[in-house]
Design a protein around this ligand. Structure first.
Ligand code: RIB
Length: 299
């Protein structure tokens, strides 16, 4: 069983600021760093650090070579990455003094994925394999359609949310990972049970992960409802916390671990991530997650 993540790779330009810049304001940053990121890349790194065999497909553009290197250093397979003549996708990230972030995203190379590239990549995968997707690349609908035709298990994290996502064919998706804002956009509901009821009635095959920031997370399937609290840590930077949760959760599920255990590991990994600066570089290794005391987490 293999995991294919067809996803974005970004250069993150991170600015530490006292508060998010206001309209008309010019604000001095306390610190600036450039670091690897992108929801796709972060989730591949999290999957790999958790112990999964993951293949990352997507596009490397101008200035993006270090992103391929980072994936390889983390044991992610990169043979399905293509090179394109376009500026590498990037993100301008403000991190405020509470660790909260706000992000401007430039798709660049991440939006150069062709249907040919998708077809050629999917030829190497079969019904026993999983496809992991986020919404930072183009041709998402086509990827879902083609992977479903092959019988692959499709996982979607529809983030960042856009109106077209409401019209996707969710019958072809097995796992949906959303936050509370995306949940409201997709279901019209704010309360976890109501979100699940609405989505489950429409798409009975769907399993749902609903993350609610400091209020914890839920896993809903036809058989189970699991609630997972957060592990309280001092928040330094919330960037990639959701991606870390996704990678660790999916690693557990694809290994067939009990969902309760998958949720706990994902929440621990995510807590360690928010206690550190940066996106991909903040994602913990599996032994750090298993030995949670390393991160100052409560037993
Ligand atoms: O989820 C975090 C990621 O969102 C950042 O790494 C940034 O690249 C944006 O895509």
């Amino acid at each position: 069983m293999k995991i294919l993540n067809f996803g974005s790779l970004n250069l993150d330009y991170i600015y530490q600021v006292k508060h998010f810049v206001q309209p008309g304001e010019t604000l001095a940053a306390r610190e600036q760093k450039m670091a690897p990121g992108g929801k796709g890349l972060n989730q591949s790194v999290a999957l790999a650090r958790a112990g999964a065999k993951v293949f990352h497909a997507g596009c490397i553009g101008t200035g993006g070579d270090m992103l391929r290197t980072l994936l390889e250093e983390n044991g992610v397979h990169t043979e399905y990455l293509c090179r394109v003549e376009k500026l590498q996708g990037n993100a301008v990230i403000q991190v405020d003094s509470t660790g909260e972030n706000c992000i401007i995203l430039y798709g660049g190379s991440n939006r150069m994925i062709t249907k040919e590239q998708i077809n050629e990549t999917l030829e190497h995968f079969s019904a026993e394999d999983w496809l992991v997707l986020q919404n930072e690349v183009n041709n998402l609908e086509y990827m879902i359609e083609k992977a479903a035709e092959k019988g692959m298990t499709v996982v979607l994290n529809p983030s960042p949310f856009e109106a077209f996502l409401e019209k996707l064919d969710y019958d072809k998706i097995s796992w949906l990972l959303i936050n509370e804002v995306e949940a409201q956009q997709l279901s019209g509901e704010t309360e976890a049970d109501a979100v699940w009821k609405t989505l489950h009635e429409k798409y009975p095959q769907l399993c749902l992960i609903l993350t609610m920031g400091a209020n914890g997370s839920y896993c809903f399937t036809s058989q189970e409802k699991i609630y997972q609290e957060i592990f309280p840590v001092e928040t330094v930077d919330t960037t990639a916390a959701g991606d870390t949760f996704t990678g660790y959760f999916l690693h557990g599920v694809t290994r067939g671990l009990p969902l309760k255990e998958c949720m706990e590991q994902a929440a621990k990994a995510s807590a360690i991530c928010v206690s550190r600066e940066g996106a991909a570089i903040a994602i913990p290794m599996r032994d750090e997650v298993e030995n949670s005391k390393c991160a100052g987490l409560k037993d």
